[in-house]
Ligand binder design. Structure first.
Ligand SMILES: [Zn+2]
Length: 255
């Protein structure tokens, strides 16, 4: 069963690469065939196999020999790895057949949405409302279906969105973008309360540590901008998978 899920993850990862590509280029046509972004050679079916095609082609386009972005194999591999992680965290095959199918499906959906936000913000420092708003609505539905309380989710979305709304208003949009407000609301719908607070905390810690490392290495200046959506989406995933354990550990630490 793990093999089937890994293959499913690879296939969904490949699909996410297409979604990311279409969103970034602004193309709306979903019917056009996959092609090389450099020379527009239409890809053969044998060149559309996740991971495998990248390895066989040795990371270069068959037609123009230009390098293929590492984004493709990395997204394919990480989607498969995260799908398997969700599967195992919910008890593996026993869980899947014993009532955990819906939570696993929910986690897979969140993995897909967060991966798209992560990659696009990392590459372009842009967050698309066409991703975060539908994901927030889907997250609300799936969280309710897996036992979350509606008021808890609304509170969490208000906390997540409000946290950025206040900063946006105070700085008149200089510190953060409006897209972060929608990510905050989406995070709330995915994690509930207090998970959303933990995710915000982790993204600030992760962002600050990364900034210090980049400054120390001379790869960034104090005036440099950071793609904060990448930290938010990564932290959301960590809390989705390990939030209960982290909160329990913290509670035991306090007592
Ligand atoms: Zn090419």
């Amino acid at each position: 069963m793990a093999l089937v899920i890994a293959l499913l993850g690879l296939a969904i990862g490949s699909f996410l690469n297409v979604v990311i590509g279409r969103l970034r280029s602004g193309e709306s046509g979903w019917r056009s065939r996959s092609q090389c972004p450099e020379c527009h050679a239409v890809l053969r079916p044998s060149e559309l196999i996740p991971l495998f095609s990248f390895v066989v082609l040795r990371g270069r386009c068959r037609a123009c020999r230009k390098p293929i972005s590492w984004q493709y194999p990395i997204v394919e591999f990480s989607t498969a790895a995260l799908f398997l992680t969700a599967f195992w965290l919910h008890g593996g095959a026993v869980g899947l057949l014993g009532g955990e199918a819906l939570p696993i499906l929910r986690d897979w959906l969140f993995v897909a949405g967060l991966t798209v936000v992560f990659v696009i913000d990392l590459k372009d420092m842009v967050v698309f409302d066409s991703v975060t708003i539908p994901m927030a609505v889907l997250a609300f539905i799936f969280s309710l279906a897996t036992g979350a309380q509606p008021l808890n989710l609304l509170l969490a979305a208000l906390v997540g969105g409000g946290f950025f709304l206040v900063q946006y208003a105070v700085s008149r949009g200089r510190w953060i973008g409006g897209g972060d407000i929608r990510i905050g609301a989406m995070m709330g719908m995915m994690l509930g309360f207090p998970g959303v607070l933990l995710a915000l905390f982790l993204s600030y810690v992760g962002g600050a540590l990364t900034a210090l490392v980049l400054l120390a290495l001379g790869k960034a200046k104090w005036s440099s901008q950071m793609a904060f959506g990448t930290f938010l989406s990564a932290a959301t995933l960590v809390v989705l998978f390990f939030g209960q354990r982290l909160l329990a550990w913290y509670a035991s630490f306090l007592s």
